[in-house]
Design a protein around this ligand. Structure first.
Ligand code: IVH
Length: 665
């Protein structure tokens, strides 16, 4: 096709699509089926893909789904997915309440208040109980079909028992805060741009063309609306209905009889937000009765029966006293601003990350500057921007070092990477972080190998790699400052005990770049020994499901290093298990085919260890209690899962009973 022909067909297509948009969206009188409409859109996308120079900013493809990516189909929503109006203070909230009161003319209004999850809206469709389609919100009218990726979200049941013949529900997909922080660190190490907030991270993870990548990101979901399939009389009943079906619903919600109670919830929830494992950007206040909701109706983009209350931004202004550079486990240099202490969403903050050299340059952060800092769902706050107006002229630009501030080795930045790295093979800062990681809970879990001890071991020149830990003697430890007989013995015992850790834990503990817990588990299950893994070429590793090119290249480079060989030799001599024991993975463990849910903390048993025991016994851990849950393992301070288990008569296990069941006691 010539460009001229394409130009006229594009113009015709765009005009036609706009006409159907108007018929459907404005006039509510569609003339064609969704499939026909999709066909037009797809043809437009295809042509624009072939002639990118002809894409116009007002083309329906540019509006429809933000940026529909090649490979995603579009879905026209059955009804427009409304958004919410915001209230930024109690006065705006009171105005909302008055408007509601005027329409309902004196009738009593009860509200249901829910946390506003900072995630990405999705719509799920179930036909005869089977999950058949999932889509993003897009522009509210047309979204992207992301069924395959949503299937990778473990808290979305693929099958519901006792569901109506057709069910459409709406909810919010999100990335838990800890995973958001971890993902950003990983991306920074890989030289990829960081996600600005949990919402972007969830969107980025869901809109992956490869569902295996989505599967590697622990996305979660809360559902909050029944769009089709049932008409519960209230919002509270709708949530209970969703819960009964086995769908995941936020256990936090507060019925309020009047405005005062809503305001009380707003005040009470404020200090709790930081402690939640997911990010919230406020509360949603909804008129509880569906009959009243119908009476109130909606505007073009938002309902009149609900409002989002937004808490004040979690930002503060302070002064940059200095900028220092920290060296991580893989040699990555992270510039950090040292700040005048300032209160920020409930804690006092005195450091904030500047991420990397480019970020310092882009934001033009100088020593002495007044800066805005923010906690974006992460534990370490970040510098958002500089208050230019406050400059006095005495601020000093920061010069990024070309030598490692700890070992003096050259710093390199690979082309296309944002991260600069120390190249020193025996950089003490890297070694320190590597040792801490090696002994960490998810790694070899060596009790007593904390920052103080590691620092002392390095200063005394007793350890040059993780292998040396296993050759430490009582006398070595007693020479360390403040090391008493008892704690030395304990440390030696926990180092010795760590020799028995399963291969996946060892592999993770080695701290190979890009190899997180999931990749370590996959590689251990596949190769079953370090010796076998060490000789696999990167090309072969790349074929393993869930192992991408970055992991493959990094694993194979790791095992090619002389340093690695030396360390593995030491581990071998020390009797550390470098292979999975036994023949094949246990097929018929005591929990074969069982689904377990964990709640509360267990004193003797970190969560990762419990999950591992369950997996080894043939069972599976899920996050929500449903009718199909076989056991709920109950620790201290159990959450709402316990109540749910009681409701569904799901058997419970104490920590001791659980250990007995998996043969550990
Ligand atoms: S109700 C008509 N409830 O906030 C129904 N929305 O800023 C409108 N959101 O687009 C949505 N948590 O993506 C509702 N508990 C919750 C929510 C929630 C998060 C999101 C939703 C909406 C956005 C509006």
């Amino acid at each position: 096709m010539r460009e001229e022909e394409a130009r006229s067909e594009l113009a015709r297509l765009r005009q036609e699509i706009r006409r159907h948009d108007r018929l459907y969206y404005v006039l509510d009188a569609p003339e064609i089926s969704d499939e026909e409409y999709d066909g037009l859109l797809r043809r437009l996308e295809e042509l624009e893909g072939r002639f990118p120079a002809l894409v116009t900013p007002d083309s329906p493809t540019q509006r429809v789904a933000g940026q529909p990516r090649e490979g995603f189909q579009t879905v026209r929503h059955s009804r427009v997915l409304l958004s919410l109006e915001d209230a930024f203070n109690l006065q705006e909230l009171a105005q909302f309440h008055q408007r509601v009161g005027r329409v309902l003319a004196g009738d009593e209004t009860e509200y249901l208040v829910e946390p506003k999850i900072d995630g990405l809206t999705v719509v799920l469709r179930y036909r005869d109980g089977l999950f058949v389609q999932g889509a993003t919100r897009g522009d509210g009218t047309v979204g992207e079909e992301v069924t395959a990726n949503l299937r990778a979200v473990r808290s979305i049941p693929l099958h519901l028992e006792e569901a109506p013949p057709f069910l459409e529900v709406r909810g919010e997909v999100f990335l838990p805060r800890a995973d958001f922080a971890r993902l950003n660190e990983e991306r920074q190490r890989e030289g990829l741009p960081r996600f600005a907030n949990p919402r972007n991270a969830a969107a980025g993870s869901l809109r992956q063309l490869d569902p295996r990548v989505t599967a590697g990101r622990p996305l979660d979901i809360f559902l909050y609306e029944v769009r089709e399939g049932a008409e519960p009389p209230t919002q509270a009943a709708a949530l209970e209905f969703l819960e009964r079906l086995g769908l995941k619903v936020n256990p936090l919600r507060w019925p309020c009889a009047d405005l005062e109670q809503v305001e009380q919830v707003i005040r009470d929830f404020a200090p709790r937000r930081d402690g939640l494992p997911y990010a919230t950007d406020g509360l949603v206040i909804k008129v509880n009765s569906l009959a009243q909701q119908r009476e109130l109706g909606e505007r073009s983009r938002s309902p009149r029966w609900a409002i989002a209350y937004k808490y004040p931004a979690q930002e503060a202004t302070t002064t940059v006293r200095d900028i220092v550079v920290q060296v991580g486990r893989t040699g990555a240099l992270t510039p950090t601003a040292l700040l005048d202490p300032v209160r920020l969403s409930g804690t006092v903050v005195s450091r904030a990350t500047l991420h990397n050299e480019d970020q310092i340059r882009e934001k033009d952060v100088r020593i002495g500057d007044q800066v805005v800092v923010r906690k974006a769902g992460e534990i370490i706050p970040e510098v958002v921007s500089v208050v230019r107006e406050a400059r006095t002229g005495r601020e000093r630009p920061f010069v990024f070092p070309d030598r490692c501030p700890v070992c003096g080795a050259e710093v390199v930045r690979e082309p296309g990477e944002a991260v600069a790295r120390c190249t020193g093979v025996s950089c003490p800062a890297q070694l320190r972080e590597r040792l801490l990681h090696f002994g960490s809970r998810g790694g070899m879990d060596i009790d007593g190998l904390g920052p103080v001890v590691v620092e002392a071991l390095l200063v005394a020149d007793l350890v040059h790699d993780a292998g040396d830990l296993y050759f430490l003697t009582r006398e070595d430890l007693l020479k360390l400052p403040r090391k008493a007989e008892k704690s030395a013995a304990n440390l030696l015992a926990s180092i010795a005990a760590s020799r028995e850790r399963p291969l996946a834990r060892l592999l993770f503990a080695l701290g190979i770049r890009h190899v997180g817990e999931r990749a370590a588990t996959v590689l251990a299950a596949r190769y079953r020994s370090l010796d076998a893994l060490a000789v696999v070429a990167a090309e072969e590793l790349r074929q393993v499901p869930e192992i991408g090119p970055a992991i493959a290249a990094s694993v194979s480079a790791f095992f090619r290093q002389e340093q690695t060989r030396r360390m593995l030799e030491k581990l071998r001599r020390a009797g550390v298990h470098l292979a999975e024991r036994g023949e094949a993975p246990p097929r018929a463990g005591p929990l074969q085919g069982k689904q377990l849910v964990l709640t509360g903390t267990m004193r003797e048993l970190p969560r990762a260890a419990a999950e591992e025991l369950i997996a080894r016994a043939g069972g599976r851990v899920t996050s929500t209690v449903t009718r199909r849950t076989d056991y709920l393992v109950v620790g201290e301070d159990p959450g709402s899962k316990l109540a749910r288990a009681r409701e569904l008569a799901v058997p419970q296990l104490t920590q001791e009973e659980f250990l007995r069941l998996v043969g550990k006691e």
